[in-house]
Design a protein around this ligand. Structure first.
Ligand code: FES
Length: 398
């Protein structure tokens, strides 16, 4: 309807709208609506739900950590990989003895490499880590794998972030920073990176040669290695403390990006608070999946030894049993029920499900639900633990 037609309507004229509309429909072309608009095809190309890739190279880092280079699997219809902003992660879809399992891994490759049909992820063995053990034991060159499109919000945004970013990494949390450093060197990102990278010993530093080469080539990248269990010339010793941050931080305003284990976040967050850096200038990569409800500081306890969960998924209803120390998602997966998931840390909202009845606990640090979700009983099963028998509605898994 034209603007002047609309503005000439008063409230009562609104009643005439349907007859006006009917006339318009009559006049409209009877050319059928296309099955797909070009914009939809483009969106699917840029944001595919799943991509099939093949392991093309494996790079060893000691005995318990490997980088997997993944390339397009054209045999399964993937002829190109989705582009991304440095800092994103992909979710890997696994089938472990009939159990559907997903894990998010940060991309260590550059955005430029994705245009050449390549991604790289680094997998480190996590104690009792189901997915990491499976990948390290089973993936070989030629293995076919399904992954999501790149996701997440751990990226540099010029409008929001300062021109210099203090990047704080711990262990295998270095991977998104390698992607960012390559993007800076390639001219795809424009910020100054000061990297404080904490490792136990000099031998456990990942991608040291790559970072040294990038720092040599590009004056916007500076690296500082911090060893907690070794003293060595040319390295800082100890933890990434307030004093160390202040020693290397620029005099002008800066942002802080963190990626590493939970224990590093707990420690460094306090140091940043002591420096007086406002939370809005600090960005954390995903907290990672949590496994043990009872080890969380705000766990209320009082859960029974075992719980029953009745799940409505599409047209099916199933009741399964599990350990309340596991998240709802872990219980469902252990019973062969796939739940849509990406981050497994409460951030992406893919697993958003309706709690029909029962009591649950979600750790405060992983609480990213909207107010409306809290009010109307929606939960994120990836980071929510049962405190009683439950009944939930779960979306169909894509
Ligand atoms: S998988 Fe991302 S919020 Fe649950």
């Amino acid at each position: 309807m034209a603007k002047d037609e609309l503005s000439s309507l008063n409230a009562m004229d609104f009643l005439k709208l349907s007859s006006i509309r009917k006339k318009k429909f009559k006049k409209a072309s009877d050319t059928p609506i296309p099955a797909e608009y070009p914009a939809n095809a483009l969106a699917r190309r840029l944001h595919p739900v799943r991509q099939s890739v093949k392991v093309s190279q494996i790079i060893e880092h000691g005995t318990d950590c490997r980088t997997y280079v993944l390339e397009c699997n054209s045999d399964k219809g993937t002829d190109e990989l989705a582009y991304f902003a440095a800092g994103k992660y992909i979710t890997v879809f696994l089938d472990i003895d009939g159990m559907p399992v997903t894990r998010a891994y940060s991309l260590s490759s550059s955005p430029k490499q994705s245009l050449q049909g390549k991604y790289a992820i680094t997998v480190k063995y996590v104690q009792n880590g189901l997915a990491s053990r499976y990948i390290l034991d089973n993936w070989e060159v030629g293995s076919e794998v399904e992954v999501s499109a790149p996701e997440g919000s751990f990226e540099y945004v010029a409008l929001r972030d300062a021109k210099t970013v203090l990047c704080i990494a711990g262990g295998s949390g270095i991977t998104p920073f390698l992607s960012m450093a390559q993007a800076i060197s390639d001219g795809d990102e424009d910020f100054n990176m000061i990297l404080l990278y904490g490792s136990r010993t000099a031998d456990s530093i990942l991608f040291k040669d790559e970072f040294n080469a990038l720092a040599k080539k590009c004056s916007k990248i500076r690296t500082v290695y911090v060893l907690s269990h070794e003293q060595k010339d040319g390295y800082e010793h100890g933890f990434i403390s307030k004093e160390l941050i202040e020693k290397y931080a620029p005099s002008e305003a800066y942002s802080v990006f963190l990626c590493g284990p939970q224990v590093m976040y707990d420690f460094v967050d306090k140091e940043l608070e002591a420096i007086g850096i406002e939370p809005k200038f600090i960005r954390h990569e995903l907290y990672g999946e949590i496994h043990d409800a009872s080890s969380q500081s705000d766990y209320p306890g009082n859960a029974p030894q075992s719980v029953k969960i009745t799940v409505h998924i599409m047209d099916e209803t199933k009741t399964v049993e599990g350990n309340p120390n596991d998240t709802i998602m872990q219980i469902l997966e252990k019973n062969g029920i796939a739940v849509p998931s990406r981050c497994r840390s409460g951030e992406c909202g893919w697993c958003h499900s309706y709690l029909k009845s029962g009591k649950v606990y979600a750790p405060k640090k992983l609480e990213h639900r909207r107010k409306a979700d809290l009010k109307f009983g929606y939960i994120h099963p990836c980071c929510t633990f049962p405190l009683s028998n439950l009944e939930i509605e779960v979306p169909y898994c894509r």
